[in-house]
Design a protein around this ligand. Structure first.
Ligand SMILES: Nc1ncnc2c1ncn2[C@@H]1O[C@H](COP(=O)(O)OP(=O)(O)OP(=O)(O)O)[C@@H](O)[C@H]1O
Ligand SMILES: O=C(O)C1=C[C@@H](O)[C@@H](O)[C@H](O)C1
Length: 298
C-alpha cells in the first residue's frame, strides 16, 4: 500500500493566495495530501501506514528590499518603481505559476527570490530548508555527513515533487537540483530561471561567508577564494548544460554590460530581479506552451 504524505508549508512571508491555503493562528498554511513514496523521510512509521511529513518554513523578506537604498537612495527608488512596474507587467504571463530559481551555490537565488516574491505577492521558499525540515536535520551539511549526498538528492526530489502542484511560490532550489532529470519535470510545472553568475564572483561571495554550510566545497586545500573557485569550476563544467534547461537565463555579465559596469559586483539584487522578470516575459511571449520543452519530450 502506498503511504500518504502531506506537504504542509507555513510562511510568515505570506503575501498572496495559493491553492489550498488555510489560515492558522498568525501564519498561513497551505497543504496538499496526495500519495507519494516517502522513502526514508522522517515520519515513517511502517510501510503500510499513512504517514505525514510536515514542513514548516518561516521565511521573512521585506517588500522594501534591504539591499536598496543604502548607497544611492535616488537610484534605489527608481529601481524599486521599475521593479514593481515590471512585476505588474509580467504577472499576467505568469498566471499564478511558480518560479523556480536555479543556479550555482551563491548565485543569489535566495536574495533575488525574496525580492521577486515580495514584488509579485508570492511566497518564498528555499528547497534546501524544506529538505532539512522533512528529514529533521538542521543543516544540509549535516544531512550529507549523517546520510549521504544521494539521500539528500532523493529528499530534494520529493520536496520538488510536492511543490510542483502548488501555485504562487518563488522557490530557491539547491545548486545541484538541476542534475536529476525528474526534478525538471517537477520544476517545469512552473517557470525556471537560471541565475548565471561568473565563477569569480561566486567564489568571492562564498569566500566572504565561508564554506561550512556547503558540503560540496569541503575538502579542498588553499585559501577560501581559491578553494571555492576550484571546486565551483568543476561543478560548473559538470552542470553547465543542466542549468541551460531553464526557461529563462539571467546573465549577470550581460546585465553589467548593458549598464556599463566592468564588474558584476556593481549590480544590485533589484536590478537582477528586474532582468529576471524581463526574461520571464520574453520567454512567455516566445513560448507560451511552457511545458513543451525539448527536455521533457526526451
Ligand atoms: N547581487 C549580489 N551582489 C553581491 N552579493 C550578493 C548578491 N546576491 C547575493 N549576494 C550574496 O551572496 C551570498 C549568496 O547569496 P544567496 O544566499 O542569495 O545565494 P543562493 O544562490 O541562495 O546560495 P545557496 O544555493 O548556496 O543557498 C550571500 O552572502 C548574499 O548576500
Ligand atoms: O550545488 C550543490 O550541489 C548544492 C548546493 C546547495 O544549495 C545544497 O543543495 C547542497 O549543498 C548541494
Amino acid at each position: 500500500m502506498e503511504a500518504i504524505s502531506g506537504l504542509s508549508l507555513s510562511s510568515s512571508a505570506w503575501t498572496g493566495p495559493v491553492a489550498d491555503r488555510r489560515r492558522s493562528g498568525g501564519s498561513v498554511k497551505f497543504s496538499r495530501v496526495r500519495p507519494v513514496d516517502l522513502g526514508g523521510l522522517k515520519g515513517s512509521s511502517g510501510s503500510n501506514r499513512s504517514r505525514r511529513v510536515e514542513l514548516n518554513i518561516y521565511c521573512c523578506h521585506s517588500r522594501n528590499n534591504g539591499a536598496l537604498g543604502q548607497q544611492n537612495p535616488g537610484k534605489s527608488k527608481d529601481e524599486a518603481l521599475l521593479l514593481q512596474s515590471k512585476a505588474n507587467d509580467v504577472a499576467p504571463y505568469l498566471n499564478d505559476r511558480c518560479i523556480y530559481l536555479v543556479g550555482m551555490m551563491g548565485s543569489g537565488k535566495t536574495t533575488v527570490g525574496t525580492i521577486l516574491a515580495g514584488v509579485l505577492g508570492y511566497s518564498f521558499f528555499d528547497s534546501d530548508k524544506l529538505v532539512e525540515q522533512s528529514v529533521g536535520v538542521s543543516s544540509v551539511a549535516q544531512i550529507f555527513k549523517e546520510h549521504s549526498e544521494a539521500f539528500f538528492r532523493d529528499n530534494e526530489s520529493k520536496v520538488l515533487e510536492s511543490l510542483s502542484s502548488m501555485h504562487r511560490l518563488v522557490v530557491a532550489t539547491g545548486g545541484g537540483a538541476v542534475v536529476r532529470p525528474i526534478n525538471w519535470r517537477y520544476m517545469k510545472q512552473g517557470l525556471t530561471i537560471w541565475l548565471d553568475v561568473p565563477l569569480e564572483a561566486l567564489a568571492r561571495r562564498i569566500a566572504a561567508v565561508g564554506t561550512a554550510s556547503r558540503p560540496l566545497l569541503h575538502g579542498e586545500s588553499g585559501d577560501p577564494y581559491t578553494k571555492a573557485f576550484m571546486r565551483l569550476s568543476t561543478l560548473a563544467e559538470q552542470r553547465g548544460a543542466a542549468y541551460a534547461n531553464a526557461d529563462a537565463r539571467v546573465s549577470l555579465e550581460h546585465i553589467a554590460a548593458k549598464q556599463g559596469h566592468a564588474d558584476v559586483s556593481a549590480l544590485t539584487p533589484t536590478s537582477i530581479a528586474i532582468e529576471s522578470l524581463e526574461q520571464v516575459k520574453n520567454f512567455s511571449i516566445k513560448d507560451p506552451t511552457v511545458r513543451q520543452s525539448s527536455y521533457l519530450k526526451g
